[in-house]
Design a protein around this ligand. Structure first.
Ligand SMILES: NC(=O)c1ccc[n+]([C@@H]2O[C@H](COP(=O)([O-])OP(=O)(O)OC[C@H]3O[C@@H](n4cnc5c(N)ncnc54)[C@H](OP(=O)(O)O)[C@@H]3O)[C@@H](O)[C@H]2O)c1
Length: 356
């Protein structure tokens, strides 16, 4: 099969013929129809992000595709099914605290690299081998729907994982910190689909904030961030018509701990905060405030496996639209161009897609 291979960090990907993946027990071979190129893929493949990935490797985290072959233990999947392949692979020998890798992207820890040695390659290829439990049926699709609509599903399911962790209830007020980003924009849509009464959306880019209101209507309250902790927090609290029940932070590595804290400290007493962003510095949170207000702070990487099927059901029920994204598609031969395009055209509801 044809695949894009990273030979070493910092070198361009090489598109070449590699051996077809071989099916084992507990795995599925999927024909890749469409796979997203993250805006920061270039930073990962240059080595700048220091992700735990071992070249040579076929990168690519997850895909939309069709089942080609199933292992002997699959009871529901059949060849030809359209599926979402979840890159979140968990070790199977520790149910309480599994090691996690994002297949084709990174390992969560040094120990998880062992799992990554086996589920080594990702989806930037004609075919991919995925653990059976990571392959979720999505129902009949057209080829075009697979690329331009369902490829965006990954952006929404991440935020859904956060709001499930936050136990967001219908009618509640949610704050999305970093709402004008690729995942943040998805978070606004997901909170509304889950029945949030109001979503406070923060960002520095006024145009992108206005666009969120245009798309999603008056349950969205935009608040422009001046990147001044006290002022911004006050602006959020003044804009919110009701106490903020839960906060989802999706800020990127370039944001500061103060930007995280700006949103975090707006949550009401007994409120819930979920941290999902890329900030790597410590965020000082007042111990006394946390304790006296009975605040829950939850870190969340990706989502529970059962969340995928539930979010697919929300899409099929018409509660969450996957049609907001504008996709630019590239063939596998143009993978290096796709990576550059993803970096320069990043933004909410914009997506770079590889169609192998
Ligand atoms: N936990 C998980 O499972 C999970 C999964 C996927 C992604 N993530 C993480 O989510 C984070 C966001 O990813 P993304 O692709 O949505 O990022 P993105 O598109 O670059 O969005 C970043 C957001 O942060 C805002 N921002 C505030 N301060 C910023 C600063 N100093 N520099 C840049 N942007 C700033 C941006 O909007 P304004 O310019 O309007 O302020 C925008 O709203 C990443 O760190 C990623 O690693 C986590």
């Amino acid at each position: 099969m044809k695949a894009a291979v990273l030979k070493a960090f910092g070198s361009p990907l090489v598109v070449e013929t590699v051996p077809d993946p071989v099916l084992g027990t507990g795995e599925v071979i999927v024909d890749v129809a469409a796979t997203k190129v993250l805006a920061y893929a270039g930073d990962v493949l240059s080595g700048q992000r220091r992700y735990l990935l071992e070249p040579p490797v076929i990168p690519g985290a997850g895909c939309i595709g069709r089942v080609r072959e199933v292992g002997p233990d699959a009871t529901a999947l059949t060849p030809g099914d359209w599926v979402f392949c979840d890159p979140t692979v968990r070790s199977r020998d520790n149910a309480q605290a599994p090691d996690i890798i994002l297949q084709g992207l990174t390992a969560g820890s040094e120990r998880a690299k062992r799992l990554q040695e086996y589920f080594h390659d990702g989806s930037w290829a004609e075919r991919t081998r995925v653990p059976t439990e990571c392959v979720v049926p999505i129902g009949p699709l057209s080829d075009a729907e697979a690329a331009v609509s369902w490829c965006a599903f990954g952006n929404f399911v991440v935020a859904y994982g956060g709001f499930v962790a936050a136990n967001l209830q219908a009618g509640e007020t949610a704050l999305v910190n970093g709402a004008t980003g690729a995942f943040g924009g998805g978070a606004v849509a997901v909170a509304l689909a889950m029945g949030a009464g109001a979503v406070i959306a923060t960002g520095r880019n006024q145009q992108a904030l206005d666009d969120l209101v245009r798309r999603f209507g008056k349950r969205v309250t935009p608040v422009r961030m001046a990147v001044d902790e006290e002022r911004d927090r006050q602006a959020i609290l003044e804009a919110a018509a009701a106490p903020i029940d839960c906060v989802l932070d999706l800020l990127p590595p370039l944001a500061t701990p103060a930007q995280v804290r700006t949103g975090l400290l707006t949550v009401r007493p007994y409120g819930r905060v979920v941290l999902m962003g890329g900030v790597r510095q410590d965020v000082a949170v007042p111990y006394d405030w946390l304790m006296r207000n009975c605040i829950t702070i939850h870190g969340q990487w990706m989502y529970r496996r059962d969340s995928i099927g539930r979010l697919i059901a929300l899409v099929h029920a018409g509660l969450l639209s996957l049609d907001h994204h504008e996709a630019t598609c590239f063939g596998l031969d143009d993978v290096n161009q796709a990576i550059k395009h993803a970096a320069t055209s990043a933004g909410p509801f914009k997506m770079t897609v590889l169609r192998p």
